[in-house]
Design a binder for this molecule. Sequence first.
Ligand code: HXC
Length: 273
Amino acid sequence: MSSPGATVPVIDSTAVFKEDIFRNKVLFCTGGGSGICRVMTEAVLKHGAKATIVGRKLDRLTQAANELSEATGSTCIPVQADVRIPQQLKDAVKKTIEQFGRIDFVICGAAGNFLAPISGLSENAFRTVIEIDSLGTYNTIKATLPHVRASRGSYIHVSATLHYRGTPYQAHVSAAKAAVDALSAVLAVEEGPHGVRSNVIAPGPIGGTEGMDRLSAKGPLDRSSEWETPLGRIGHSKDVANAAVFLFSDAANMVSGQRIAVDGASENVRGTL
Ligand code: HXC
């Protein structure tokens, strides 16, 4: 697909939203030590929030938290936890409350992915991705909900677009992300009366991410030549972060139960990702 004009720019959310809109707010982000979720966390910190990033690898988390704190002037703490283990998440929430006193925003972003056809996917491989993505999201919701209710806060679930159709070699992730979408929709309806919002961000092809590297590795799903979008460029992690800033902001007070694709309209074009 060719673009007749200049592509849309990649911008920083501070170019659009005031820098203090999240002052006194606290973010709890699973998967925040790397990739898209790290950039989402950075954006929320830049607008004045404090944050806990949660993941399995403490070294990576600690380095990320230090870099994020330094880059934004806000406080970011690392807490090691595996989203598949409810007690570890409860402990992570406890540490966040001890440190910051509240949780306003939750990003359910921890995910796992690899390419495998159903015929070559072991039961344990399928179960592993369901446990990280779907069960991990459920566990995160359960651990954080009392605090998010108390703050009348907001959830963002990082999903995908690949399960809107049949994407080869992605049965495990497609099933897992479909469940994530469903959890968010139910959460929005059940918790709306408590003032809690829940939305899904579905990134399309985002350059420079681990997920993209895995999917575009020279192999059966190498579709990188198709990854030009109608908006003329591939996505950037900041595009996803900007959507998160909007969804957590008061400008989205009436937006809940939605799936927002950040994909440059790719999903609306037959034959692209
Ligand atoms: C087939 C595989 C496999 C592969 C692992 N398995 N890799 N099967 N092909 N390439 C199988 C293993 O053989 C094992 O099954 C089972 O999966 C569990 O593997 P473990 O390594 O023991 O699990 P674990 O250490 O918990 O690792 C989880 C993981 C791993 C998902 C397998 O890749 C991981 O930690 N990923 C986290 C980082 C990540 O994936 N980030 C990208 C997210 S991007 P057996 O039967 O042998 O016991 C993303 C975006 C999606 O999610 C949307 C993109 C558009």
